[in-house]
Design a protein around this ligand. Structure first.
Ligand SMILES: Cc1ncc(COP(=O)(O)O)c(C=O)c1O
Length: 410
């Protein structure tokens, strides 16, 4: 049977991203900072423009044509996110400002269920957005946070995780794919261990949702979050998947219009999920843009995308191994196209600034993972992260740029 996917042609894909024709310092842009945020294809740019030019109003509360059209587009985007994540129902999807807000929403909403001494298990490879909201619960409720260790090459210690689970465990919240190490954690394998303790399983799918097909039911998670801007969509929009049971249990995060059923002088009753969590005017255009990004992305076979990104990753890595100061950070057997590294004797910020002179955009710093940096005994890393539009030629340019950086800085 012929597939409905478009043929994977990286040049045809690049042609859909106007920004990729830019020059930086007189050199063609090589944008290798996709784990921080990805560029936007014309399909997304035009969807936003079209919505603003042809039909826009506030959602849900109107009785006029454009209010109804905009509501249909906004709710249509929710259907796309639900389908993209494999959620059983559209109502399982809450729109948020991003993954950070989704994780804060869960941690805040669970506060009533946490008592002094209850344990929350996260890992040493979490992004701050999956650490700090749990610290809030530690501060407010006296919860205890436990960190699953990570090995030197960036693998989660599953035996340690198993041994940490107990009747005291109330929440386990783990990253699916690390934004620094690229490690892909075996969420589906972990889920039954968590469930057998009766704990709630939260997964930070911010990076994973961009690089692999997600099926939240098959993964067996209670909550899963993603963010739009890394998936070639707009900023200011993300999504939280929750099982209906969990969304009903969660206390709402923001109060205001639309999230209520009735408001009295004495008390208030809440709307049903997902609206219970979407107070006020939501990010309407951003959600519609995310829907467009998902449609655009899903034109391509996820296997083709994965193979392409990993081919670029390994091409770069092969070249970089020839640089004697090069040290790879994160070498797990199961990893995605995130290449963190250091050049011995050089600060990662200097490395990134030199690469910028050659038109190559990489990120340097702690990547919002200070506990991971502490665990690995490093201050920072430089990070090249490859997306759907990166090429082998750009990987070569990264290698050449780093050879020069290594020469200047050592
Ligand atoms: C693993 C991970 N989790 C969470 C986030 C936070 O995403 P956002 O800033 O879109 O809320 C990021 C962003 O870098 C991330 O990489």
């Amino acid at each position: 049977m012929a597939s409905n996917y478009k043929t994977f042609d990286v040049e045809a894909i690049r042609a859909q991203f106007p920004i990729l024709t830019r020059e930086i310092e007189g050199k063609p842009l090589a944008y290798l900072d996709n784990a921080a945020s990805a560029q936007k294809p014309l399909a997304v740019i035009n969807a936003l423009k079209n919505q603003m030019e042809t039909s826009f109003a506030n959602v849900h509360r109107g009785l006029h044509t454009m209010a109804n059209e905009t509501t249909a587009a906004y709710e249509g985007a929710r259907v796309k996110v639900a389908d993209f994540l494999g959620a059983p129902k559209t109502d399982n999807i809450v729109f948020t400002r991003g993954a950070t807000e989704a994780l804060n929403l869960v941690a805040y909403g669970l506060a009533d269920e946490i008592e002094v001494g209850d344990e929350i298990i996260i890992s040493q490879m979490e992004h701050h957005s999956n650490i700090v909201p749990w610290h809030f619960l530690r501060e407010r409720k006296g919860a205890v946070i436990k960190f699953v260790p990570v090995s030197d090459d960036g693998v989660l210690d599953l035996d340690a995780l198993k041994s940490m689970l107990s009747a005291k465990t109330k929440v386990v919240s783990l990253v699916h794919m690390s934004n620094v190490l690229g490690t892909v954690n075996p969420i589906k394998e972990i889920a039954p261990w968590v469930k057998s303790t009766g704990a709630i399983f939260v997964v930070d799918g911010t990076q994973a949702a961009v690089h692999m097909p997600i099926d939240v039911v098959d993964l067996g998670v209670d909550f899963f979050c993603m963010t739009g801007h890394k998936l070639y969509g707009p900023t200011g929009i993300g999504a939280l998947y929750g099982t209906m049971d969990m969304l009903e249990r969660l206390r709402p995060f923001n109060g205001g219009g639309e999230m209520i059923e009735d408001v009295f002088e004495t008390h208030v009753t809440y709307n049903d999920p997902p609206h219970k969590f979407e107070a006020g005017t939501p990010p309407i255009l951003e959600a519609i843009g995310l829907g467009a990004a998902i449609d655009w992305y899903r034109q391509y076979d996820p296997t083709d995308i994965h193979q392409h990104e990993m081919a670029v990753y390994y091409h770069a890595l092969d070249g970089l191994r020839d640089i004697n100061t090069f040290k790879l950070i994160g070498d797990a057997p199961n990893k995605g196209s995130v290449l963190s590294f250091n050049l011995e004797g050089a600060h990662a910020h200097d490395v990134a600034q030199i690469l910028d002179k050659y038109g190559i955009a990489v990120r340097a710093g702690q990547h919002c993972t200070q506990p991971l940096m502490t665990r690995l005994g490093i201050h920072s890393t430089a990070r090249a992260s490859f997306g759907i539009y990166n090429t082998l030629d750009e990987a070569d340019r990264l290698v050449e740029g780093l050879k020069k950086a290594s020469h200047f800085l050592s």
